[in-house]
Design a protein around this ligand. Structure first.
Ligand code: NAD
Length: 434
């Protein structure tokens, strides 16, 4: 994702609500508790991150001044494998946020059953104020500071908000100079030329497509002609839109930070994608498409569609608009797009929600494939990645769906139960050291 665009976008939405994300994650855990037999001792372990590192990062600015920034790396749980999770560069990064995100990564990796624990990192900074050379120095110094914690068999970072393949390439390079060894598996999301995986760029959107097809089939809705609205037309939203259109779905609503567009007869996705490939800022603004009207971003979320895919920001579907949402199915491409209050309202209205920890797990599953290829020094064809991704996500959806039906609970609760129980089982089987 474009570092500066994203920062601007994210800065607009930070901290307008006083929510402690770690408290929120613990509340979700507590909700799961009454549905499981996990013993108290194990709960105490599940509620705390294994390890939290705070580092000071002196950054020499281009004008010679030094600014000392703060960074973090949290390893939430490593019972199922090395910790895995992105690195975020953002002014809103706090230790509580990083702990929560590391927890959510733990449950996400467990739901899709890949052999990882969960971790997350971040630097409290505004990358839109940094030059490329400052960004590189910041990344390299942060890497050196968290170097004692990370490792191919310990903790594997990846891109997150405002970090991208270039930032990962700098991390690989820094680690190589510190260790004296080539070690591309220390991060995922790298450029292909540096050991990245074919298919990674599309993986999250492809996963959203698999989740949508799987849930439509189970609900008896034919994908051919099914109407879809997608909020956000970046990496996740635009790729999900293209792949779903290829499957026969009718994409009738799309939006980005510049506004929303409604085409009741369905967008020609080739035309839309060709437009944004050259439009200013790759935005949808000014989209010349026949039979289209501009609508507000709020209206996009309440269009009368079979499927709504929020793929932009967190907290978009709230108590304020949940009652007006007309979609039968919501597939959460973004992280945390539905607030807990909205979740309850939608649940009561019978809307099926495929939760983020399942719907957008395609990215981390493909990161796992990248890591496997790096360890084996054996790159795969893109076709192989896509097929394996489909198998893993279809299996995870099947397992979550079955649990939800058996216990008459939401897919979100079922996904959390499955993930948390898997981590708890691993902790119990390994025993507590010493
Ligand atoms: P991106 O920056 O590529 O795209 C974000 C899109 O949202 C842009 O089109 C932007 O214009 C749009 N947007 C911003 N504000 C908006 C608003 N108010 N209304 C409508 N659109 C708005 O980001 P991305 O990588 O596509 O990520 C999107 C979401 O998916 C985030 O929540 C991210 O955490 C989550 N996610 C991404 C990945 C991944 O691999 N990229 C993996 C898992 C989860």
């Amino acid at each position: 994702m474009a570092i500066q665009d994203t920062t601007r976008m994210v800065s607009e939405r930070i901290r307008d609500v006083e929510i402690n994300p770690y408290e929120m994650m613990l509340q979700q855990l507590d909700m799961v508790r009454e549905y499981t037999d996990i013993p108290d001792n194990i709960w105490q372990i599940l509620r705390k991150p294994e390890r939290t590192l705070e580092v000071s990062i002196p950054l020499t600015r281009d004008d010679g001044n030094v600014e000392v920034l703060t960074g973090y790396r949290v390893q939430y749980n490593s019972s199922r494998g090395p910790c895995k999770g992105g690195i975020r560069f953002h002014p809103g990064v706090t230790p509580e946020e990083v702990k929560a995100l590391a927890g959510w990564m733990t449950w996400k990796c467990a739901v899709v059953n890949i052999p990882y624990g969960g971790g997350k990192g971040g630097i409290c900074c505004d990358p839109s104020r940094l030059s490329r050379t400052e960004l590189e120095r910041l990344t390299r110094r942060y890497t050196a500071m968290i170097y004692p914690l990370i490792g191919t068999r310990r903790d594997i970072p990846a891109p997150d908000v405002n970090t991208n393949a270039q930032v990962m390439n700098w991390i690989v390079d820094t680690v190589q100079f510190l260790s004296g060894e080539s070690n591309p598996g220390i991060v995922t999301g790298k450029s292909i030329e540096v050991g990245g995986a074919l298919g990674r760029h599309e993986a999250t959107g492809r996963g959203v497509m698999f989740a949508t097809l799987g849930v439509l089939q189970r609900l008896g809705i034919d994908v051919e002609g099914a109407s879809v609205a997608i909020q956000g037309f970046g990496n996740v939203g635009s790729i999900a839109a293209r792949l779903l259109a290829e499957e026969g779905a009718k994409i009738i609503g799309i939006s980005d930070v510049s506004g929303a567009h409604h085409c009741p007869s369905g967008f020609d996705m080739k035309q839309v994608l060709a437009y944004v490939s050259t439009s200013p800022g790759h935005l949808l603004a000014g989209l010349p498409h026949p039979g289209t009207e501009e609508i507000s971003n709020d209206d996009l979320l309440t269009l009368d569609v079979d499927v709504l895919i929020p793929a932009a920001l967190e907290a978009q579907i709230t108590a304020r608009n949940a009652g007006d949402v007309k979609a039968r199915v919501i597939v959460e491409g973004a992280n945390g797009p539905t607030t807990p209050e909205a979740d309850l309202i939608l649940g009561e209205r019978g809307v099926t929600i495929v939760p983020d920890i399942l719907a957008n797990a395609g990215g981390v599953v493909c990161s796992y494939f990248e890591w496997v290829q790096n360890i084996q020094c054996f790159p795969w064809e893109e076709e192989e990645t896509n097929q394996r991704l489909g198998r893993i996500l279809q299996r995870a959806l099947r397992e979550v769906w079955t649990l939800a039906e058996e216990r008459d609970i939401s897919l979100r609760l079922a996904a959390f139960i499955l993930g948390v129980e898997r981590v708890a089982t691993a902790i119990q089987l390994r025993g507590i050291f010493p």
